[in-house]
Design a protein around this ligand. Structure first.
Ligand code: MLT
Length: 405
């Protein structure tokens, strides 16, 4: 974007009247702060207990500038790492559009002790407010690149989205649950993650998640799975129970597909092969949302449709096979005794209605159970306040419900 304009003053120029090379660096820095100042405010970093330290600066000086010239500054984030990001800034003459200088800067976010820290989601959101898009982190596990969104600090919670959605399902909870350490990946075949042609099953999704925890060096987590995310949570418990310190199941079930549901999955796969993934939103939107699923103003339909329509074809087809062939998780439930568990459902859910949720909760010894009023299948986006409140209370963390999304 080209929001920032700065004037070249004589005190920034050398004896020949050219904009001095060191002053160009200063102008780039001022342009960055101006942009942040106009968006989230220059205290953005301090609010999140971090500070951006320049680790590397590369400048390509392309043409001179003189006192009185007005320069425009474009900015674009090229790469996001766990604790760092690189940003390209281009300074152009406002009149002629000639490039004066083209710079790439790598920043590391550090805390008060100088230690690199993961980029807080609040900083990424502040950047968005300033028109700077910070791409999500990309982590390769089992040969597949997964895009992962992380925020907060505290108890690590791995958020597993449902079908056919992506990590954005959890975004409304991020500020509300900043007192925990959220990890929200796009599963393989969804959102911005890679979508291999083959290799989809609940066991594979679970293996990816365990490998992700290994890569992030996280020993154990609370699992929070919605619908298909719950099926994956069950699978993770079968594969690596020692990595799970708590369980939150939202709008999910332990029963496998019966024959009729398996045939529906096969028909759905044929339709999306013939007509594209858009068929999924036609079929699923009316089922996913409660009263916010209508076509009234404020409806969540367009937002959820966009997410569904972005699902890669291979990922959607693979997930349908994984859903169709998922194992029966009912035998696992009595063995979960001693694992702190919360089961949530939506009063208006048509996919896993309240009796299904209640049945699930009753089979897990000691599980807490709550039905959210006014909510369909997608509590985290339909009623983030209520969802964050229940999750926060279960985990004993304070919710920041006053923060804007
Ligand atoms: C989901 O939301 O993940 C799906 O409804 C799960 C399913 O179709 O079984």
């Amino acid at each position: 974007m080209t929001d920032v304009e700065l004037t070249v003053y004589p005190d920034s120029c050398d004896a020949f009247g050219h904009l001095n090379q060191a002053s160009v660096l200063t102008l780039f820095e001022r342009a960055r702060w101006d942009l942040i100042g106009r968006g989230p405010g220059t205290d953005l970093f301090r609010r999140h207990g971090v500070w951006p330290a320049v680790r590397r600066a590369e400048l390509d000086y392309q043409s001179p500038a003189f006192p009185g010239d007005v320069l425009q500054f474009d900015v674009e984030v090229l790469h996001r790492g766990r604790t760092s990001f690189s940003m390209r800034q281009v300074a152009r003459q406002k009149e002629s559009k000639a490039i004066v200088a083209d710079g790439t800067f790598t920043f590391v976010l550090i805390d008060a002790t100088g230690k690199p820290v993961p980029i807080p989601e609040g900083v990424a959101q502040g950047f968005r407010q300033a028109g700077i898009i910070l791409p999500a982190e990309r982590i390769t596990v089992n040969g597949v690149g997964l895009v992962v969104e992380r925020w907060g600090s505290g108890t690590p919670v791995l958020f597993l989205h449902g079908f056919p959605l992506d990590r954005s399902l959890w975004r409304p909870l991020e500020d509300r649950l900043s007192a925990l350490s959220g990890i929200a990946p796009d599963l393989r075949g969804f959102g911005d993650s890679d979508a291999p042609d083959v290799g989809y099953s609940m066991a594979t999704y679970a293996r990816d998640m365990i490998a992700l925890l290994d890569t992030l060096k996280i020993e154990s987590v609370v699992l929070c799975g919605l619908s298909m995310g719950g099926y994956i949570a069950f699978e993770m418990l079968r594969q690596a129970r020692n990595r799970v310190q708590g369980l939150i199941l939202i709008s999910t079930q332990a029963t496998p597909d019966d024959q009729a549901s398996q045939s529906t999955r096969d028909r759905m796969a044929t339709s999306i092969r013939e007509r594209g993934v858009e068929v999924l939103s036609e079929t699923m939107l009316p089922l996913l949302l409660g009263h916010l699923g209508n076509d009234q103003p404020g409806s969540l339909q367009p937002i959820v449709r966009d997410v569904i329509d972005r699902t890669p074809l291979a990922g959607a087809l693979g997930a349908l096979i994984a859903l169709r062939d998922r194992p029966d998780s009912r035998p696992l439930l009595p063995t979960l005794e001693g694992l702190p568990t919360l089961v949530l459902g939506g009063a208006l859910d048509r996919i896993t209605p309240p009796p299904v949720i209640e049945g699930l909760a009753s089979e897990i010894p000691g599980a807490e159970f709550e039905i959210m009023e006014g909510v369909g299948h997608l509590g985290p986006i339909e009623d983030p306040d209520q969802t964050a409140h229940l999750v926060g209370e279960f985990l004993g963390v304070r919710n920041e419900t006053n923060n804007p999304i």
